[in-house]
Design a protein around this ligand. Structure first.
Ligand SMILES: Nc1nc2c(ncn2[C@@H]2O[C@H](COP(=O)(O)OP(=O)(O)OP(=O)(O)O)[C@@H](O)[C@H]2O)c(=O)[nH]1
Length: 333
């Protein structure tokens, strides 16, 4: 008879899950620092199975594993579900058959007939247990104090690697983001443009590049101050974003210059988009001081054509078109 399996849920489960997800590690590819550690642990403790696992909503997902050939387990049958409810200590079960919580667990009663489990919670700086590092055997075992201390040290090493990974991704995100508007910056725009160019050359997916520059922005700074100028740049960023479709990339290249990679390739359709962008930026902008100001924006368009292989060339074409537009607008004033 198969009994229904239940598992305890930590009190702070919502915050714990948010902490797990903040690491963006679930379903990622294997990484050498975690795989090396599970190999060392399996060897040092002389166990057939060692895992580094993250507890998701209803599954235990293995970031790294030795001796197991499944990518994840149902949370209800995972021993780790019991380990994470007590984040400050190791959970050591010398014989799973002798423990009422696990004696009817299908991993114990059926193949692979597990008998021993020791797991140390992986606790982040806010005290949330993200998962465990665990050793598992098909025979009962005893883990002495020195061995438990070693497994605790291994958990510290895993957390050090996880925090390093998180720091690297935060830094990478910062390096790709404009600090004022939170739009992609020039570096991220270049990546998006290269991606669009590769897709267009490989499978003919069309796209266009737009360069945009505010008109008379210097006056805003001069009349209302730099902080007001910053407010205008943020509002312009919001308005431009509001006109775009998912998959388009809007970036602030610097100062009052913006650029867009749009998946639209038809010149007529892109011209209509440009008109919408100009109209939306041209609406009055209310500053937090209560002042209302008007700024305009000029747009230059360069659609991708077969035979173009350089992103710089395309950007240059859009830039030239922008300055033609600026020149014409200036003559009209
Ligand atoms: N407030 C603010 N101003 C900035 C920022 N970066 C650049 N600027 C200012 O933006 C202005 C850009 O200069 P211009 O391109 O000549 O401004 P413009 O008056 O729009 O000139 P045209 O494009 O010829 O109409 C300069 O005064 C810069 O000091 C920023 O982050 N915040």
């Amino acid at each position: 008879m198969i009994t229904e399996q239940r598992c305890p849920i930590p009190e702070n489960e919502t915050a714990r899950l948010a902490a797990v997800h903040s690491h963006h590690i679930l379903d990622t590819e294997p990484e050498i620092e975690f795989d090396a550690l599970t190999r060392v642990v399996a060897h040092a403790f002389d166990v057939p199975i060692a895992v580094i696992a993250m507890m998701d909503t209803d599954r235990l997902w293995f970031k790294s594993k030795v001796g197991l050939d499944v990518p994840q387990l149902d949370r209800k049958v995972a021993f780790c579900a019991h380990a994470i409810v007590a984040p400050k200590s190791a959970l050591v079960i010398p014989d799973l058959q002798d423990d009422i919580r696990f004696a009817d667990n299908p991993l114990v009663t059926n193949a692979p007939h597990l008998r021993f489990y020791a797991g140390v919670p992986l606790v982040d700086t806010t005290g949330h247990a993200l998962g465990t590092i665990a050793i598992i055997d098909v025979q009962p075992r005893v883990l002495n104090h020195a061995e438990q201390a070693s497994l605790l040290d291994c958990a510290t090493l895993v957390m050090t690697a996880l925090q390093g990974r998180l720091r690297a991704s935060v830094l990478e995100q910062m390096a790709m983001t404009d600090y004022l508007t939170a739009l992609p910056n020039r570096a991220q725009f270049d990546n998006a443009l290269s991606g669009a160019m590769s897709r267009a050359m490989r499978s003919g997916v069309p796209f266009s590049v737009l360069c945009l520059d505010l008109n008379g922005f210097k006056n805003v700074n001069d009349r209302f101050g730099h902080a007001a100028g910053d407010e205008v740049l943020c509002e312009v960023a919001r308005r431009l974003s509001g006109q775009l479709r998912q998959g388009d990339t809007l970036a602030r290249l610097g100062g009052d210059e913006f650029a867009i990679v749009t998946q639209e390739g038809d010149h007529g359709a892109v011209a209509v988009l440009a008109q919408r962008l100009v109209a939306s930026v041209g609406q009055p902008i209310m500053l937090s001081s209560g002042d209302t100001i008007h700024v305009g924006i000029s747009v230059g368009i360069a659609p991708y054509r077969a035979g173009i292989t350089s992103t710089l060339f395309l950007l240059d074409q859009a830039d030239k078109a922008l300055y033609d537009t600026k020149h014409q607008n200036a003559k009209l004033v």
